[in-house]
Design a protein around this ligand. Structure first.
Ligand code: NAP
Length: 535
């Protein structure tokens, strides 16, 4: 690191001004700590700042996908729709910043490039893209799970004369596709939300699909004021109900096993989930993600629905997934499958004949050139580890995090990794994170970190890091839990399978309530599994 100017001194540096960074800052201030948030973007909101593609919308209901740490906040904020669209989420973020007067400690347009632990001083030295340096006892990575884009490296990218976009790095001024020939690569959640809207604008839309995805109608609409009033009247109970469930939000969980249900009961339950919308399907049957037979029946129900929506049977076949339902995250859509009935939309199967290259005029598949004016990469993220590994993070004795995680991420509780004292990851790999309502998980992590810092300070200790054996045991446990389900059975980003060369390791922990209980026990037992000491 360059040494020309003394680093600015803080108790804590927080990297990222998404939901995690903002709440962490709020808690740090409550503890009387001097903290600074460093944010690469020109505004706050994290993943919602970058993902501005047409149709970007949360797939968890607004009344659940929101902060719960302050009752005044959750009572006063009024969501306009059942599922919040990206602009509304940014308005909410702005409101939170204003309400808790967070702005003065957030530094935008500041990309953290390095974070090195100084063994002798037991402090983190953080350096940014502009060469600014910060020294802090604690370094909190609030860098998000879905912030580092996955951009396939096709040959000829530089030759293409049209425009290239990635859904996860969408231009702030938006894009007008009117009268353009557009190609979308990918059929994950981002594509499924943007395709119906792009299709309405474009002269012609080609969708390049490698693997079809299950999608369920979101059933979005204006927020029902009566529903909002009822939830707000008992918000604490509603939040507690969410936190008691596997994915940290209310799924209207049906505890029955599909194995014990009649075909009529299964059909009725699936129809209820279809009509209720989106991710409620995760709560359909208790054995949906553990029993192949149960899953097959539910998957068939969804395939039948797809076939009923898509007029051309060949296109319907291509759009019908054969993988385990829910193995990749279920998508929530508005008019996705119906979009393929439009005359100006063509589905191109690239499962057996991959995209070969980009040319000046477009994109080539199986020797055919598809002429395009714009290509949208809806190709997802280097999830969970990407944004951490793109920063040069070094722990004790200069050990690079990327080296330690070469064979896959290793953490204790997704909060810390051995050899990197006082470095915390909010919703890190090994925590429930992406398998939950993220804001709920974020709050739980931030509170754990804040409590741990109080513990350190009241006991005159300075450093906290996991014991290697605790970390090893946790990594094994995370794998064991995933191994008992069908979640390992497809090439999902949960496994890093979407990024060429990324180690195949199931990264998130399935089971929010069990995780919270584990964290509670760890803290109650004096931060069992962590090493706490003076330096
Ligand atoms: P994704 O689920 O990883 O989907 C990426 C798509 O790009 C897949 O269809 C993938 O095909 C395709 N792809 C990648 N590389 C390709 C290549 N070289 N050639 C052809 N196709 C390629 O990414 P995402 O749609 O951005 O969603 C990621 C996650 O973000 C979601 O699962 C969800 O958790 C979150 N998200 C949430 C919302 C919401 O709240 N509503 C919206 C958007 C995203 P394969 O399947 O064959 O790999």
């Amino acid at each position: 690191m360059s040494q020309d100017k003394a680093p600015q001194q803080f108790d804590a540096i927080i990297v990222g001004a998404g939901f995690a960074g903002l709440y962490m800052l709020h808690r740090m201030r409550q503890l009387g700590l001097k903290a600074r948030v460093l944010e690469a973007g020109s505004g706050a909101g994290g993943t919602w700042f970058w993902n501005r593609y047409p149709g970007a919308r949360c797939d968890i209901e607004s009344m659940q996908y929101s902060y719960q740490f302050d009752d005044g906040l959750q009572q006063e904020w009024e969501w306009s729709e059942r599922y919040a669209a990206q602009p509304e989420l940014l308005r909410y973020v702005a409101h939170v910043i204003e309400r808790f007067q967070l702005a003065s400690d957030i530094q935008y347009n500041t990309r953290v490039e390095r974070a090195h632990f100084d063994d002798s001083a037991a402090r983190w030295l953080v350096e940014t893209n502009s060469g600014e340096r910060f020294s802090a006892q604690f370094c909190v990575m609030a860098t998000g799970c879905l912030s580092s884009t996955n951009m396939p490296k096709f040959e000829g990218m530089a030759d293409f004369k049209g425009a290239i976009y990635h859904t996860g790095q969408w231009p702030q001024d938006g894009v007008d596709f009117s009268a353009l020939r557009v190609g979308v690569i990918g059929t994950g959640s981002s594509a499924i939300q943007s395709i119906p809207i792009i299709a309405e604008q474009a002269a012609h839309l080609h969708v390049f699909q490698r693997t079809p995805n299950y999608s369920v109608p979101a059933q979005n609409g204006p927020m029902d004021p009566q529903v909002a009033r009822e939830i707000k009247a008992n918000y604490a109970e509603y939040r507690a109900l969410g936190k008691s469930q596997l994915l940290a939000y209310d799924l209207k969980m049906n505890h029955q096993l599909a194995a014990n249900a009649t075909p009529e009961e299964i059909r009725a339950e699936c129809e209820f989930r279809w009509q209720t919308g989106g991710l409620y399907f995760y709560g359909a049957f208790a054995d949906m993600l553990v029993s192949q037979e149960a899953n097959d029946v539910i998957a068939q129900f969804v395939r039948d629905k797809i076939r009923a929506k898509v007029r051309d049977p060949k296109v319907a076949d291509l759009l019908s997934p054969t993988t385990v339902f829910g193995c990749k995250r279920i998508c929530a859509d508005t008019g996705y499958f119906e979009t393929f009935n439009r005359d100006n939309v063509t589905l191109v199967d690239v499962s057996k004949t991959p995209i070969e290259r980009l040319t000046t005029a477009g994109l080539s598949v199986a020797g055919k050139i598809y002429e395009l004016d714009a290509i949208v990469f809806a190709t997802g993220f280097d999830a969970m580890t990407g944004s951490l590994e793109r920063i040069d993070i070094r722990g004790r004795q200069g050990l690079p995090l990327a080296d330690k995680w070469q064979a896959g991420p290793r953490t204790y509780l997704g909060l810390q990794t051995a050899g990197f004292p006082n470095l915390f990851t909010i919703s890190g790999p090994g925590s429930p994170s992406v398998l939950t309502c993220m804001i709920t998980s974020i709050e739980q992590h931030v509170d754990f970190i804040a409590d741990a810092i109080v513990h350190l300070r009241t006991h005159g200790q300075q450093c906290m890091e996991p014991l290697l054996e605790a970390e090893d045991a946790w990594v094994e446990h995370v794998n064991e839990v995933a191994g008992g389900t069908l979640l390992n059975s497809c090439n999902s980003w949960y496994l890093g399978a979407n990024v060429p060369g990324k180690p195949r390791v199931f990264m998130p922990y399935l089971g929010f309530p069990a995780y919270v209980e584990k964290c509670r026990q760890v803290a109650a037992n004096g931060y069992e599994g962590f090493k706490l000491d003076v330096a």
